[in-house]
Design a protein around this ligand. Structure first.
Ligand code: FES
Length: 117
């Protein structure tokens, strides 16, 4: 029996840092990152924005998370700008297609700050 190559897997590991603890999530291929985080009680929102956001439409930018430099390329106009200028990426616009490392932003108040590189 031959196993499929890892990149062909239907489930991907998503490592999430919440500022204090690493969490390991299993994401089906094609999962929406925002929905995955919320389903596991790891909200990308803050206390102020958890009830006031666009619901994953890519309009409010309150669902931002930090992704590594080799993160999936942005596909949404707002997420492209966020990636280009060093702001948090929109978790609602990220489709999980491979293993991923995600940093939540416990220090942010609404959107999160620009990443200095
Ligand atoms: S939930 Fe509004 S931009 Fe992601």
């Amino acid at each position: 029996m031959t196993l499929p190559p890892p990149e062909a897997s239907n489930v991907h590991t998503v490592q999430v840092w919440d500022g204090q603890t690493w969490h390991t999530l299993c994401a089906p291929d094609g999962a929406n990152l925002r929905q995955l985080l919320l389903r596991h009680g790891l909200s990308p929102y803050t206390r102020l924005t958890q009830h006031v956001h666009c619901g994953g439409r890519g309009l409010c930018a309150t669902c931002g998370v930090r992704l590594p430099a080799d993160a999936p390329a942005p596909t949404h106009w707002h997420d492209r700008l966020a990636a280009r200028f060093g702001y948090p990426r929109l978790s609602c616009q990220i489709t999980v297609r491979r293993p991923l490392v995600v940093h939540l932003l416990p220090e942010k108040r609404i959107w999160g700050t620009r990443h200095s590189t």
